[in-house]
Design a protein around this ligand. Structure first.
Ligand SMILES: Cc1ncc(C[n+]2csc(CCOP(=O)(O)OP(=O)(O)O)c2C)c(N)n1
Ligand SMILES: [Mg+2]
Length: 186
């Protein structure tokens, strides 16, 4: 699976759940598969999708909140794994697309080929952790996590392959924020 394949699977499970995307290609891939008002696309601020998702999850305890993160993003803000585990929002599903590179900026190798991010999440105390690499495994694990108490950490091993025909998110940051807040507060 590449990033777009991951979004084709994940977004098919969702109705109006808030989804917070990490910066770079991750948001672009999701936007191009299906744009949603309840999808927040972080344009800059690498590493902070997980912090934003934590805040949304704590303020909206009755909604499942999904963070779509990347290996480089997680490595940049590793302390947030501990923060999420300690705050323990039952409604947070943290998905990491792990392609072992900083794909968005030219495929520079990240450390996730040597450091098992799912084991870091497990060590911090996420009660549910899974590592998947096929569509079937992804669908099974995501469905299970959406129907159980978290926080859950789902590491998706993916191919570093980006379609350069995939456009950019066309909304301004203000539009993304406004429509996300409206969708989340509904
Ligand atoms: C503080 C900061 N440093 C660097 C960047 C440039 N940058 C944008 S996306 C990205 C790579 C993100 O890597 P990853 O989370 O693995 O996602 P991928 O690109 O592989 O989909 C980088 C280095 C940035 N936006 N902000
Ligand atoms: Mg990556």
């Amino acid at each position: 699976m590449n990033g777009t394949d991951v979004f084709n699977e994940i977004l098919a499970h969702l109705k109006d759940e808030p989804v917070v995307h990490a910066n770079g290609f991750i948001g672009r891939e999701s936007f191009n598969v299906k744009d949603r008002k309840a999808s927040f696309y972080m344009i800059g601020s690498m590493g902070l999708a997980s912090s934003i998702g934590l805040g949304v999850a704590l303020s909206q305890p009755d909604k499942k909140v999904i963070v779509m993160d990347g290996d480089g993003n997680v490595l940049m803000a590793m302390g947030t794994l501990a923060m999420i585990a300690a705050a323990a929002p039952k409604n947070l599903v943290h998905v990491v697309i792990d392609n072992e590179v900083y794909e968005s900026t030219g495929k520079q190798r990240s450390l996730s080929s040597e450091v098992a991010l799912e084991e870091v999440a497990r060590a911090t105390g996420y009660p549910r952790v899974a590592k998947v690499s096929t569509r079937d495994e992804l669908n099974d694990a995501f469905k299970k996590f959406m129907n159980s108490e978290g926080p859950s950490f789902l590491l998706v091993k993916a191919k570093p392959e980006f379609d350069h025909g995939t456009g950019r998110v066309t909304h301004t940051p203000e539009e993304i924020t406004d429509r996300f807040m409206e969708a989340v507060n509904r």
